[in-house]
Ligand binder design. Structure first.
Ligand SMILES: [Fe+2]
Ligand SMILES: [Fe+2]
Length: 278
């Protein structure tokens, strides 16, 4: 099975990158399933029902989130009736929405997607490792064909620990939240694809997607300053393609993908002939 996962979509620039590239990526990479982290899609903060519909229309199967999930309050009533919009699974019991779901492909294969949030340098939240243990005992690989975990967190140590904790039990553990892609994508010892952070889909001529001046001023002046505004230059789409073995559900391949904007392009070989037009 071929899955594409795209990191935090930031603002209009990030949305445009996903909306413009995804239909073609879906076709040329023969993708079976697409997941996008949308926690910053609405002007940098949160996501709306309209944006969810736009992303779904462009070929996104499931939208994950993170600490910014509730920034747009209108999402609170919507999330309960939106099974393909996930919030971190380890919010306290009683939180609206869901943090995991099993989704069928047209051919009957099933994908389990889990959205969990880390705790180091983040808001206090329930134990993500215990949450994964609980979900994986209910839905082990074999009962579903692929399992993808979006682990949303700050600390590389906690994210790498989650990768090894899930190794051999899920298809991929992919990090989000830092908005900067890491170079450590690999297949772990027992067959799980791993990358500490996939990076954002956003304008990299910025400070993690926000206009530079106001962001720098916050560090220089150490006083409440201007509101952070989202950067609106051309975005780089940052994603990673995972290919799983249908017999085991484990990863055969992990290939980062970067397209457009300020970062150097990285294209899987399947796309390199089409590079000029992308
Ligand atoms: Fe984010
Ligand atoms: Fe985040």
């Amino acid at each position: 099975m071929r899955l594409l996962f795209c990191g935090d979509v930031v603002g209009r620039a990030g949305r445009e990158a996903v909306l413009s590239h995804l239909p073609r990526l879906r076709r040329e990479l023969a993708l079976d399933f697409v997941i996008v982290n949308g926690e910053n899609a609405a002007n940098g903060f949160g996501i709306t029902e309209t944006i969810c519909a736009e992303l779904r229309g462009a070929g996104v199967d499931v939208i994950t989130t993170g600490n910014h999930v509730w920034d747009r309050r209108e999402i609170i009533p919507y999330i309960a009736r939106a099974p393909r919009l996930l919030r971190p699974v380890n919010f306290p019991p009683g939180t609206p929405g869901r943090g995991d779901g099993v989704y069928p492909l047209a051919d009957g294969r099933q994908v389990l997607v889990v959205n969990a949030m880390a705790r180091l340098f983040m808001d206090a939240i329930d134990d993500p490792f215990a949450a994964l243990e609980r979900i994986l005992s209910a839905h082990p690989l074999g009962s579903v064909d692929a399992i993808l975990v979006d682990f949303h967190g700050e600390a590389t140590s906690e994210k790498t620990s989650m990768g090894h904790f899930c190794d051999g039990r899920v298809s991929a553990v992919l990090g989000t939240h830092s908005h900067v892609p890491t170079a450590d994508h690999r297949i772990l010892a027992k067959g799980t694809a791993y990358m500490t952070d996939v990076g954002m889909c956003g304008d990299y001529d910025s400070v993690i997607g926000m206009q530079k001046e106001a962001a720098i001023a916050r560090f220089v002046r150490k006083m409440p300053g201007e509101r952070l505004e989202v950067a609106e230059g051309e975005a780089t789409l940052c994603g990673v393609m995972i290919e799983t073995d249908d017999a085991t559900g484990l990863a055969r391949r992990i290939a980062p993908l970067r397209l457009g904007g300020k970062l150097d392009p990285i294209l899987p070989p399947e796309l390199q002939t089409a590079r000029a037009v992308l």
